[in-house]
Structure formats: C-alpha cells, structure tokens
Design a protein around this ligand. Structure first.
Ligand SMILES: [Zn+2]
Length: 150
C-alpha cells in the first residue's frame, strides 16, 4: 500500500512542522522579536555578508559579526520594555531617512503615473501626476512653493 504510506509520511512531516512551529512560538514567548531596529541591523548584516563575498576583509567580517550579534540579541532579548524604548529612540532618530526610503519605494511603485516630492520646508510628502512638464508645486501643509519638472 504505497499510497497510504505516503499519506502517513505527509502527516508525519506536517506534524513535525506544527511541532516545530509550536516550539518556536513557545521559545519566542516573552521575547522581543523582530522590531525595526533588529530588522535594520539584520539587513545591514546581510548586506555586509554579500559585500564580503567580494571584499573578503576582516574588518567587514567584524562589522558583520557586530550587526548580526546585535540583531540576534534584540530578537531573543527578554527585556522587552528596554528594547522597546531603544527601538522608539531609533525610530525618532531615523525618521527623515526612513521617510526618504519609503518615498523611493513609492516612487518606484508608481513610477509610470506619479512623481513624489518632499517639501524642503516641512518634509511633507507631495504626489504630483507625471508628464505635466515644469510646474509650480505648492506644499499643501506649509504653502511653500517650488518648481519641479514632472
Ligand atoms: Zn511644506
């Protein structure tokens, strides 16, 4: 009966998967998990790892170790309130660059229909339809005017 055996094997694999998931959830219970700061450090670590495929430098390796360890430390940390405060501080400190990253992503996603600008005065994000030539844009928040080619 090969069919039945196969089904049983599949059941076993599924059971094993569920068990692993359950154990993982149990392990992560009461721990910080991936917050923005941990995700950023992890991203930097992966970037350094790729760089070091080519550079093979000890300094890059050490940097990778620092970012990777710190990301792990954050994810598995049990001091959630302290990690939360650090993450908030990080979010406040990086508010402007993160806004630009978000803007670039949006800009890429809507590249055929819209253009996005950030007001130099108040950092408000402004969306303008594409292909209107040179136009004067007025910031809806602070009324600052600037000329852009769309
Ligand atoms: Zn403005």
């Amino acid at each position: 009966m090969p069919m039945i055996k196969e089904v049983k094997d599949m059941d076993k694999i599924r059971q094993f998967g569920n068990q692993m998931q359950y154990r993982m959830a149990q392990f992560m219970y009461g721990r910080n998990g991936f917050d923005t700061l941990a995700r950023t450090c992890n991203g930097i670590a992966i970037f350094l790892l790729v760089i070091n495929l080519f550079a093979q430098s000890r300094i890059v390796y050490l940097l990778w170790l620092v970012f990777f360890s710190y990301a792990c430390f954050r994810v598995y940390s049990r001091n959630i309130s302290k990690r939360y405060a650090e993450n908030q501080k990080f979010l406040n400190m990086t508010e402007v660059p993160r806004r630009y990253v978000k803007l670039f992503k949006l800009q890429w996603h809507d590249r055929k229909v819209s253009r996005y600008y950030i007001c130099k005065n108040c950092h408000q994000q402004i969306r303008v339809p594409k292909g209107k030539g040179r136009i004067e844009i007025r910031c809806p928040k602070c009324s600052e005017r600037f000329i852009k080619k769309t």
